[in-house]
Design a protein around this ligand. Sequence first.
Ligand code: BG6
Length: 502
Amino acid sequence: MQDPLRFHRKAPPCAVVIYGANGDLTKRKLMPALYRLAYEGRLAPGFAVIGVSRTAMTDDEFRDRMHDSVRKFLEDSPFDEELWQSFAQGLSYIAGDVGDPASYAELGKHLAGISEARKTEDNVLFYLSTQPSQYAEIAEGLAASGLNKGQGWRRIVIEKPFGHDLDSARVLQGRLQKCFNESEIYRIDHYLGKETVQNIMAFRFGNGIFEPLWNRTYIDHVQITAAESIGVEGRGAYYQEAGALRDMIQNHLLQVMATVAMEPASSFTSDAVRDERAKLLRAIRIMRPDQVADNAVAGQYGPGRSGSERVGGFLGEKGVSPDSQTNTYAAVTFLVDNWRWAGVPFYIRTGKALPKRVSEIAIQFRTAPLAMFRKATAGAETVPNMLILRIQPEEGISLKFVSKRPGSGMQLRPVSMDFNYGSSFGERSPSAYETLLLDAISGDATLYTRQDMVEASWTAVQPIMDYWATQKFNFPNYAAGTWGPEAADEMLARWGHTWRKP
Ligand code: BG6
């Protein structure tokens, strides 16, 4: 039963089967998150994790590897050896090829034994973190061996990317829905699990003073930035196929935009909230091919600097072909065709090898109607107020406004009113994967994406992908360590705006 307030939850007994158990995500994110949930006392005593991948490994070898990864990647929280020993008793491993029916039969036997031994009540969460091309095959393999049904519940978590365009997302869905019901399919978007992204809803709908201003009458435009200072770090082969638009905008950043711009839901239940996000995504104006050049900018980094170090360009990365046309930077102007947002541009940008790692939403309000203090602001029109929702790092919220400088004259200066998560709460925030795993085990899909949302966001980026596929870009067009190509500044200049330098 879903806990509508999501407070103080404890997971029901269950087995989590991780496909891709030898991969990076399992090591860096999934296992540390599960361990941390155990540390917090959120997991039921009847809890088990079964790792599946092709590499041959014994249970003990798997436990040892996971021990080392959890120690290494457990950010900002202590590692308790004694707790690990009891957690590790619930870990086991099966080497199997996803194309081999025998591997599902073996998993079935293993799960039956685990249900008996660990009292998991035959509840099973399958987590697919393999190559995306294997998702449908695994779901079909599970269904063919009857593992998609049982005495307890079944759920399947699908990592991103869900398809590589609109058509492939539909094909994937067509195959998945033959194996699992929609209510059993959990499409993960880890940005929705971030505390600061969840806090956008608290900020907007838990306070009375912001919502009346949250519309085209008072808001001039919105800038959503997700900048990363690192390059593609050994993921060149994957990234070359994806690019920034697919990797970050189609999923994470459109979900963030939907959270910023959606209408209030009538209740905080998963379908009510997701209905509103989906409606917003469907209201995004779809670009015609001849509008793409003015509203979307692609970039690729060349050699440059990261801090004081010299770094190479994308084309020199392992797994990247020397004439790659992949975008490592993308900026898009989206418009939303509804009454609240008509005419308000939403600028979204993301990129690798930018000057710093920062994700934020900047909401720029319209200026005061009368420039009463023109002289006081050195001839400029009144400075617009800006609200910054900082997703990471330095999680928090700032409101920028002008204030009178102390003194006998009337001089104004921009100042800031700041809320900082760390100092206000003084406690650690759960990682996105902790939140989302606990949600999936508890049967709460509020922060997972639904098929209609996935299709709406592919629909919004599809014309850009199609147009870019016909172009020959003059890449690289920005140096590593800079804020992206000039064309992104020109895109905003056409609206009379400039990017904020976070
Ligand atoms: C992933 C992308 O989904 O999100 C990566 O594939 C990106 O390319 C990452 O680096 C960013 O996530 P976060 O949580 O570090 O902002």
